[in-house]
Design a protein around this ligand. Structure first.
Ligand code: PHE
Ligand code: CA
Ligand code: ZN
Ligand code: ZN
Ligand code: ZN
Length: 282
């Protein structure tokens, strides 16, 4: 798998920050900063040869959008899907939540093109709208799929907050998730083992877009660097950072800007995504 350039991910985050700044300070559902974010990601994918589609939905009186990008080729009956939400809360630009996941999966998608990867399985990426209002976009997408299309998706990996400033290295626990999720947990853990970084399992339950896929019986996995929770002293000993402080003190606040990031966590998670995609789609 390729080593994803953290500088490229950071450059994408600077773009998302600039989109928020020129659109009232956020990238929230129903706001111009959200639509501008979709357009910007879509243009990069189109230029790389992805087949993209924007799916519209309505929620609380505003139109929302999901961006879906297919890499042509591979066995469509065995589709590996990777996603994250592109919307922010109203309060701020949403750079860690979830510019990080959005930009990281974008760079992994662009690396598919750049490396000439020919996955045996079909690869699809998704950027969800209105996650912050209750997993609205991802739920709409899953519910919009005919049963035959749903059953072709054999894997869904979700990335929501991967560069928290006081980071944890959490891998989604497969426990309580559809069968097949254990493999996804293992593949992500194996990447971290290979770079000698300890991980902990976390039960993310219904808190992000993977839940829409899990409800449809699709195996799910992901990584997460932490939100409003507090880093323990044991965690600070193994991961560094500050015990007794939130993983992301700017969670859902106006200070969730490009200053609200840990570049090492951002880099490791981007590389973990690439490793998992290459392993699972080969
Ligand atoms: N989905 C939460 C949000 O966007 C963040 C989160 C992700 C929380 C994963 C727990 C696990 O605000
Ligand atoms: Ca890297
Ligand atoms: Zn609604
Ligand atoms: Zn989020
Ligand atoms: Zn959020």
């Amino acid at each position: 798998a390729p080593d994803i350039s953290v500088a490229a991910v950071q450059a994408d985050l600077a773009q998302l920050q600039s989109i928020a700044s020129s659109n009232g300070g956020n990238r929230a559902h129903g706001r111009p900063g959200y639509q501008a974010s979709v357009n910007w990601v879509k243009a990069k994918l189109d230029a790389a040869g992805f087949t993209t589609r924007v799916q519209s939905f309505t929620h609380s009186g505003a139109t929302g959008y999901n961006l879906i990008a297919d890499w042509p080729g591979g066995d469509e009956n065995n589709t590996v899907m990777v996603g994250g939400h592109l919307d922010s809360v109203n309060a701020g630009p949403g750079i860690n939540d979830n510019g990080t996941g959005s930009a990281s999966i974008l760079e992994v998608a662009l690396a598919v093109k750049a490396t000439g990867f020919k996955p045996t399985k079909h690869l699809r990426f998704g950027w969800w709208g209105a996650e912050e209002l209750g997993l609205i976009g991802s739920t709409y997408y899953v519910n919009s799929l005919p049963a035959a299309e749903k059953s072709k998706i054999k894997t869904y990996l979700n990335f929501d907050m991967t560069g928290s400033p006081n980071p944890a290295y959490f891998v989604y626990s497969a426990s309580g998730q559809p069968s097949g999720s254990a493999r996804l947990q293992q593949v992500l853990q194996a990447y971290y083992t290979s770079i000698n970084v300890a991980t902990e399992l976390t039960t993310v339950g219904g808190r992000s877009d993977h839940a829409a896929f899990a409800r449809a019986g699709i195996p799910v996995g992901g990584t997460f660097s932490g939100a409003e929770g507090t880093k323990t002293s044991a965690q600070a000993q193994k991961w560094g950072g500050t015990a007794g402080r939130a993983y992301d003190p700017c969670y859902h606040r106006s200070c969730d800007t490009t200053s609200n990031l840990n570049a090492t966590a951002l880099d490791r998670n981007a590389d973990a995504i690439a490793s998992a995609v290459w392993t699972l789609a080969s």
